[in-house]
Design a protein around this ligand. Structure first.
Ligand SMILES: NC(=O)C1=CN([C@@H]2O[C@H](COP(=O)(O)OP(=O)(O)OC[C@H]3O[C@@H](n4cnc5c(N)ncnc54)[C@H](OP(=O)(O)O)[C@@H]3O)[C@@H](O)[C@H]2O)C=CC1
Ligand SMILES: O=C(O)[C@@H]1CCC=N1
Length: 289
């Protein structure tokens, strides 16, 4: 079933340069919310024709890795979303720069890669929107941090916001905070999945069938997130409501405390941010090589 679009339909091409999981999550979200027509979505990758065929048949998008067509799309599309891995970004940006005209907007989802480095690698002060989305964008429940280069005008800002508002929550932040945001919401789904894996495994070890253990875990995570959202109460208050004095929850929380759960999660978020900075620094070095 198609949802009523709350955001204007985009009438021009949007190119996804990199056609992996993150690009697919955004494309799936945008198409299912009807904010772009599938034949306005162009997906380019490096070599995998099978992957492009899969995307074409799944979403009706245009997908090509023919060099001439690629160049044509890259030269003529008003919006290009960079969605390759950081290790592939430097070479790609160097090749992309000469193709661009000043009004084309570059939207990057690449972890760690700063606006300054992108403009350096492109060799021009292109309008750049640096974002950090997450894969929940594919079901319209993404959380995306957005920072703009000063070259992005009001129209460009609105355009970028429309793309990500169509697939979930957006928040505009100072670029310096992007790594911290990556540690929370960019990579965050993986921590929650890891927690879920552990809960499901515990259920199975306790004798529950896989299906039941999975269903109970999923509903528990969903319900807990919705409780925070709908009651307006903070997680600590809600946790206390589950935790009877000297009861079973308290016993469980004590085990988590012994494992320094709280500080471990903070250390994981910090390490994620640090790793993003490391990847950014490696890309910055490319500027001087
Ligand atoms: N996955 C996630 O949860 C999130 C990822 N990101 C960011 O998104 C980016 C992509 O990640 P993800 O989708 O997971 O990666 P994937 O490995 O799934 O996809 C990478 C894509 O980039 C393509 N590619 C690589 N080199 C080139 C090139 N030179 N020209 C054109 N296409 C190229 C690959 O094509 P081919 O297969 O043909 O080599 C592939 O389609 C990363 O920079 C990551 O930091 C951001 C937020 C969340
Ligand atoms: O793991 C990564 O590098 C990317 C960035 C955020 C989520 N996945």
């Amino acid at each position: 079933m198609c949802q009523q679009p709350s955001i204007p339909l985009m009438n021009h091409n949007i190119v996804f340069y990199g056609a992996g999981s993150m690009a697919e999550a955004i494309v799936r979200g945008m198409i299912s919310r009807s904010i772009v027509k599938s034949d306005n979505v162009v997906m380019l990758n490096r070599s995998s024709s099978e992957r492009l065929a899969e995307l074409r048949s799944r979403y009706g998008v245009i997908g090509t890795n023919d060099p001439e067509q690629k160049t044509d799309y890259l030269k003529n599309s008003p919006v290009i979303v960079l969605a390759m891995k950081p290790k592939d970004a430097a070479e790609t940006l160097r090749g992309l720069g000469p193709l661009l005209s000043p009004d084309q907007i570059i939207v990057s989802v690449i972890a760690g890669l700063s606006i300054r480095t992108m403009q350096g690698l492109l060799g021009k002060k292109q309008p750049i929107v640096r974002t950090m989305p997450n894969t929940s964008s594919s079901i319209g429940l993404g959380a995306t941090g957005i920072a703009f280069s000063k070259e992005v005008d009001e129209k460009g800002r609105r355009l970028a916001l429309n793309i990500f508002e169509a697939v979930g929550l957006t928040t505009v932040i100072d670029e310096e905070r992007m790594e911290t945001l990556t540690g929370i919401s960019g990579s965050g789904p993986a921590y929650i999945y890891y927690m879920m894996e552990a809960m499901i495994a515990a259920g199975i070890r306790g004798g529950l069938p896989l299906e039941q253990s999975t269903q109970l875990t999923v509903q528990t995570v969903l319900g807990a997130a919705r409780m925070v959202q709908q009651t307006g109460e903070d997680p600590a208050t809600l946790r206390k409501k589950v935790t009877s004095p000297n009861g079973s929850t308290q016993a469980a929380i004590e085990v988590l405390e012994q494992g320094e759960f709280f500080e471990t999660v903070i250390a994981a978020v910090n390490r994620c941010a640090e790793r993003s900075r490391e990847m950014g620094a490696a890309l910055e070095k490319e500027l001087h090589s």
